[in-house]
Design a binder for this molecule. Sequence first.
Ligand SMILES: [Zn+2]
Length: 280
Amino acid sequence: MQLVNGYKLMSYATETHSVLPAFNTTNYELTQGIIQGIQKTKSGGYIAISSSNLELSSPNMIASMVRFAMKDAEVPVALHLDHGKSFQDVKECVEAGFTSIMVDASHLPFEKNIEEVAKIVRYCHFFNIPVEAELGAIGGKEDDELSEAGKTNPNDVKEFIERTNCDLLAVSVGNVHGLDIKPNLDFELLEDIYNISSVPLVLHGGSGIPFDQVRRARKNNLIKVNYGSDLRNAFISTFGKEFENNHNAFDVKSLSKKAIENVSNKVIEITNEINYSNNQ
Ligand SMILES: [Zn+2]
């Protein structure tokens, strides 16, 4: 199956009353594990790569790996740029065939954030690709960079969406990247934003958020939840545990297969948990 357009995937979520998981990849094994896992759940989702990981694997390399992994797939998957850091990264990803884009200009002052996002939205909309933008900084470890936390100000939401024309909004409501801190979502703030926002909402830092909180957040027009750390953990620990047990554990092939399986199982667990009530 071909990658689906981001707008189509968003409609699919609305029609199926489900929240879409977005899984971050970095390399071949994570990519295979993610696609295999999504397949087994028989529901749709995103495979994503963040700008900072593109230093290791180019947009073209990732897009062709994902297409290869998707050749027998039968569920809708969009390829998403996560935390797009520059217009150049966005352009390269669109040219490589990505079907959904996030631009992260949340570290910039409000006006500059709007300016940067609006420019990228104009470009992506020309190619009929939806754009996620971030308002308020999401704290914690975002790949290799630490960011300062600052919750989304609901008073900025309406103006931000109107002036940028973004399609999805990533919010900072107590969620943090990584597994180090167990966050408590600020549901009052989430509800305030939901009441104002004309576009569906996105939560980053899914790995740290208890599943019951994600399920509770779904009624606030939550469309997408990002998962990275959980999968990286499933991947790395496969090799780490084996090496700790046996310093002569050099069988990369069988360990890679095991890592793919472990990543796939984590993807299935997450997808089923966040859409739990749908399956009842
Ligand atoms: Zn993020």
